[in-house]
Structures are given as C-alpha cells and as structure tokens.
Design a protein around this ligand. Structure first.
Ligand code: BDR
Ligand code: CA
Length: 280
C-alpha cells in the first residue's frame, strides 16, 4: 500500500485524482493539501472539501499557498470555470480544515512516518512543495518519491512550450526538479493520451449513484472547455495519471532524464527542458 499526500488545486482532473486515491485499496491517502492554481486558494480549497463530501472521504485537508513564490498568480478560468470546479453540484464541507498550513502538514507527515514510505503527489503548482523543502530540507531524503503532474518534453498548453502547473510557479518547479530526490514528471506528452473517452464515461454511468453523477458532470464541463479551447474530443484526466502510476507502475513507461525549468526565456519561461542524454 502506497502512502501519499496529494497537493492539489481542484480542478476537474484533481477531483478525479482525489477520488481515485481515496477509492483504491493500493493507496493510503494521508491527507490533501491545497495550493492556488486553477483558481484562487479559497475557491479550490473549498472544492477539495466538496469532493470529500461527495465521496465520504475523511482525510485531513490543509490549506496552503495563495500565491506563487515570485510572480503574480495566474488562474485557469477558461478551463475550470469561475469556481475552479464548475459543472457538478458542490456540497457543503462536512468537516473543518486541518489547523496547520499545508507546508507544515507536509513536513509533519513526512517526518513522522518511517523514511522512504511517504510519496508526494503534487498535481498543482509546486509552491507548497518548494516551501516545505526549504523549511525542512530533511524531507528531501525522507520521501519515497515525488510524482509531479506538470511539464512535458514536447509541448506546452499555456504557451507553446510551458505547461500550466510549471508556468504558474516556475521558481518553485525549479527548486523541486533540482533537488536530490526521485521526481517523476508526468507531463502533457503522457496525460494527453489519457482521455475520459466515451467508453470510460459509459462505464462510470453504469455504476450509478452520487459519485458517478459527480464524475460525469466533471467530465461534461471540462470536456466542453477542452473542446472549445484545445479542440480535444475528450478531456484529459491529467492529475489522475500520477495516482494511477502509484497503483500500477506498469500503467506507463518512464525514462531517466535531466529536467531543467526555464526561468529567464523571453518566450520560454516555464518550459521543462528535458535532456534524455544526461541522467540526473
Ligand atoms: C494541469 O493544469 C491544471 O489545469 C490541471 O488540473 C492539471 O493539473 C494540466 O496542465
Ligand atoms: Ca491540477
């Protein structure tokens, strides 16, 4: 069983990642931390609470960073709507937030578990993870792995070369990718192959009930924005790919490479420059 912390900005695909983690017996979801990204921190934290309410998930939720380390906040209202999770009915929270800041929750959780047993799953901008590393550098050698949804080696989605989670906080991403811990970059090259196609939606519809309705409403909304903005036939389940990889490592293949985050380029800021010829 893999112990994980999901650091997220729900977000339609974040919601699917949370449901997958909470529902799969291979995963021990230790907590959810939130970071401004797809929408403001207030909105996406509230969305995390609603996702938990929909599915009866009872794990700590700790609210985190409201702005990137250096630059101004950017949100993705064109994809995720004004709430950050437009479409499905979002119920009232059923429990209070954890009293700790997300950064302290991450540090406490990693430090209080056996070394090499906690996996970080950042599926939003990397602000909280970078701050946690800086505040308690011991977590770097203590986590089992860091599975990031972000970046790509071939393309971007906010700019031709930058993916949203990296583009929003490139300095934080640079810190995370430069640190001496095992990072897996689950980028757009991969997640654009993981679509919520009709066959999958039919299978979810056949289950019935509140969670099934929620998931279908999630895909209906984000399906329509992905059609409009990117001309996709079906929406990618980006963030859920990280959880899937922890459940079954054979779900995709990886290659070792050095990844540098571009911080200075006039047109390329936030690009994950990937060198397969040079291993970290
Ligand atoms: C990533 O950006 C967000 O909009 C999604 O939730 C995902 O984490 C995809 O680029
Ligand atoms: Ca996300």
């Amino acid at each position: 069983m893999k112990k994980i912390i999901i650091d997220c900005d729900p977000g339609h695909d974040d919601a699917i990642a949370i449901l997958l983690a909470a529902g799969n017996p291979e995963i021990d979801l230790l907590g959810i931390t939130t970071v401004a990204g797809n929408q403001t921190l207030e909105k996406i934290t509230r969305n995390a609470q609603s996702v938990c309410a929909v599915a009866g998930i009872n794990v700590p939720i700790a609210k985190g960073s409201s702005v990137p380390l250096v630059q101004k906040q950017v949100v993705a209202g064109d994809i995720h709507g004004t709430t950050g999770l437009d479409g499905p009915f979002l119920p009232e929270p059923t429990f209070d937030l954890d009293s700790r800041h997300a950064v302290d929750f991450i540090i406490d959780t990693v430090m209080s578990h056996e070394p090499n047993t906690v996996n970080l799953v950042p599926i939003g901008p990397l602000t909280n993870i970078a701050l946690a590393m800086r505040k308690e550098p011991q977590i770097i050698s203590r986590v089992e792995s860091v599975i990031v949804m972000g970046g790509a080696y071939t393309r971007g989605n906010v700019s031709p070369v930058a993916e949203f989670n990296i583009y929003v906080d490139p300095e934080a991403a640079d810190a995370v990718f430069s640190a001496d811990w095992p990072v897996t970059m689950v980028g757009l090259d991969l997640t654009h192959q993981a679509l919520a196609r009709k066959e999958l939606q039919d299978r979810v519809a056949a289950i019935g009930g509140d969670i099934s309705t929620f998931v279908l409403d999630v895909w209906e909304f984000v399906g329509s924005t992905y059609r409009e903005v990117y001309e996709f036939d079906y929406p990618p389940i980006h963030d859920a790919c990280c959880v899937a990889a922890l459940i079954n490592p054979n779900v995709f293949t990886t290659a070792r490479a050095e990844v540098k985050v571009e911080l200075r380029g006039e047109y390329t800021r936030g690009m994950t420059v990937t060198n397969f010829e040079s291993e970290p």
